[in-house]
Ligand binder design. Structure first.
Ligand code: ADP
Ligand code: MG
Length: 587
């Protein structure tokens, strides 16, 4: 939703009574929060292009320039005064707010902890006027040529509050956060063109988009468009719309779900949970939907005045709204063709097949090409059956591979029954341990370098996590501001990762890495790399590889029987349980 450009109102101090009614608190924590406030001001000023320039990730210098309606010269000082705003009348009301800002605090807060300049040329003027503010004190006034619009320059953030400066992270990490913030704003207001430059180089360019799908694809990667499904429908008091990724594109955390309420990008656990709930049985534990979901609601149903940075909102009749959102998302999900195919099969239980013959779908043990290859090799008898620990941890019985189920599970015979092994989880655990032990993975050069289109977050994550990415085995070089040419990929004993697994790895690194059962950043990073370098569900596997993975697993401590994120590697069906199932009492 892009509100029609408003008539500009003068900046006036809010009355004491109104100030008491707005959520108070600190809005400036780091460069990204400064960028958020400044870009929101540009949007409120009706700008169609906004440029964010960073030095030192925004900690040394952060500038936001727009082509909005500007500020008259005699209101510049008011603009940096606390609780002075052009967006609310002095006496409110504070409950029908149609602008992103309304508290009149951001510029004052930012100017009090930086070396600050506000330069603006309103529509009716020939030249721009500016003021300098140091640590909150106006120190000077000047004129300079400028096109219509406003520039805010924030130098040396927290120069006068060293305790807060200490908490700033590396330039690359701060830049990454700024980029994510701008991407969130873009998804909420895609009718504006946004650019981010760092040390004079363009790092992100987000051209104005008419369709939310196009904006979503720019931010979440083009895969979302190809593998996403639309959501659209009515909810009590408004509408819901957007595009979400199908379960196959789900992410390890909820950072890939962008929520927009009345043109405002928000965080909302209950809303995110409602979306997650709609995916219910279609997403394994620990996976979260990605995409953009927009709610347009009657303003009386949304309270934006509950959080100082307005990152959270409160909904009236929340339960009813969340139920409706869940229903609409579910409807979109089930209507998307690929998901409909995945729905659990109903109908008669398939007829049993004879041992050793390929049966019909759902009952076969060895009907895919790769698994029959495994089968035929096993017919010759495995050279040396590997010995592996089992899920129960009791002893280390030998396993003999019987076959492979739909290129996802290995089926093996243990001394005391049947064992199913998740081929991806098993391989992932082995790669993960190797990476933690050796600090890096082997790499394999690609014959043909692969060119990948990066989103802004991915490009920023590549800079922020250069070392981890290189240690993982991915190597290459930038090829234009938003493309990367991959020259080598991780390889693990002859198996190569896909080049585009780098994109998933970058998404995860940007979001802080895969959650793992235990461990810090190093473990989380290793888990991300392992996931993308490991054998995938669906990959054909040679018997030697099966043996090798199991042998490596058998060398791990027994605590490592799950993949790094806690999914089990083995499931055991002891003979005694099989006997119970078949109501067999005798030997
Ligand atoms: P708020 O946005 O809550 O009003 P701010 O401190 O962010 O408070 O801004 C104070 C005032 O300065 C705004 O109300 C607006 O009138 C003016 N202002 C700030 N940034 C811009 C901009 N980029 N373009 C035009 N006016 C601006
Ligand atoms: Mg503001």
């Amino acid at each position: 939703m892009t509100p029609a450009p408003r008539e500009r109102r003068p900046i006036r101090p809010l009355s004491a009574r109104t100030v008491e009614r707005i959520a108070a608190g600190e809005v400036v924590e780091r460069p990204a929060s400064v960028a958020k406030e400044l870009v929101e001001n540009s949007i409120d000023a009706g700008a169609t292009t906004v440029t964010v320039r960073l030095e030192g990730g925004g900690s040394t210098g952060l500038e936001v320039a727009d082509n909005g309606m500007g500020i008259p010269p005699d209101e510049l000082e008011l603009a940096v005064q606390r609780h002075a705003t052009s967006k609310l009348a002095p006496d409110g009301p504070v409950d029908a707010i149609d602008s992103l800002g309304f508290r009149g605090e951001a510029l004052a807060a930012i100017a009090s902890v930086s070396r600050f300049q506000l330069i603006s040329r309103p529509t009716e003027r020939e030249v721009a006027d500016g003021i300098s503010v140091v640590g909150g004190k106006v120190t000077g006034r000047f004129r300079s040529p400028r096109a219509i619009g406003t520039t805010v320059e924030v130098g040396e953030l927290f120069f006068n509050t060293p305790a807060r400066r200490k908490f700033l992270r590396s330039p690359a990490a701060e830049q990454l956060e700024v980029v994510r913030t701008v991407e969130r704003l873009y998804v909420a207001r895609p009718s504006v063109t946004y650019r981010v430059e760092s040390e004079g180089r363009e790092v992100v360019s987000l051209p104005a988009a008419v369709r939310v799908e196009d904006a979503a694809a720019r931010v979440l990667g083009p895969r979302l468009l190809n593998e996403g499904f639309p959501v659209g429908g009515s909810v009590p008091g408004g509408t819901v719309s957007g595009v979400l990724g199908r379960p196959t594109t789900a992410a390890p955390n909820s950072a890939g779900l962008y929520l927009v309420v009345n043109g405002r990008s928000i965080g909302s656990r209950p809303l995110a949970q409602a979306v997650r709930a709609a995916f219910a049985d279609h997403l394994p534990r620990g996976r979260f939907p990605v995409g953009v979901l927009r709610l347009e609601l009657d303003p009386s149903r949304v309270d934006v005045n509950v959080h100082p940075t307005k990152r959270e909102v409160r909904f009236a009749k929340e339960r009813e709204l969340l139920d409706a959102v869940r229903r609409e998302v579910r409807r979109g999900l089930l209507a998307s063709p690929q998901v409909a195919d995945l729905a659990p099969e109903r109908g008669p239980v398939p007829a049993p097949v004879e041992c050793g013959t390929a049966g019909r779908s759902g009952t076969r043990l060895s009907s895919t090409a790769p698994s029959s290859r495994v089968q035929s090799r096993l017919d010759e008898g495995p050279a040396s059956p590997p010995s592996v620990p089992t899920a129960s941890g009791a002893g280390r019985p030998s396993l003999v591979l019987l076959g492979c189920l739909q290129a996802i599970y290995w089926v093996a015979e243990a001394d005391d029954g049947l064992v199913l092994i998740d081929q991806h989880a098993a391989s992932e655990r082995v790669v993960y341990e190797t990476l933690l032990r050796d600090g890096r993975l082997a790499r394999q050069a690609l014959v043909e370098p692969a060119t990948l289109a990066l989103t802004g977050t991915q490009a920023a994550a590549l800079v922020a996590h250069e070392e981890e990415v290189r240690a993982s085995g991915f190597e290459g070089e930038p090829f234009g501001p938003t493309t990367f040419r991959v020259r080598s990929v991780p390889s693990y004993r002859g198996r190569r990762a896909r080049a585009d697994a780098l994109l998933e790895l970058l998404d995860e690194l940007a979001a802080g890495g895969r959650p793992v059962v235990a461990g810090g950043l190093r473990e989380r990073t290793a888990a991300s790399v392992a996931c993308h370098a490991a054998i995938r569900a669906g990959d054909p596997v040679e018997p030697e590889e099966f043996r090798r993975v199991l042998r490596s697993l058998s060398e791990l401590p027994e605590s490592a029987y799950s993949c790094p994120h806690g999914r089990p590697i083995f499931v055991r069906f002891p003979r005694s349980r099989l006997d119970r199932w078949f109501l067999r009492t005798g030997p």
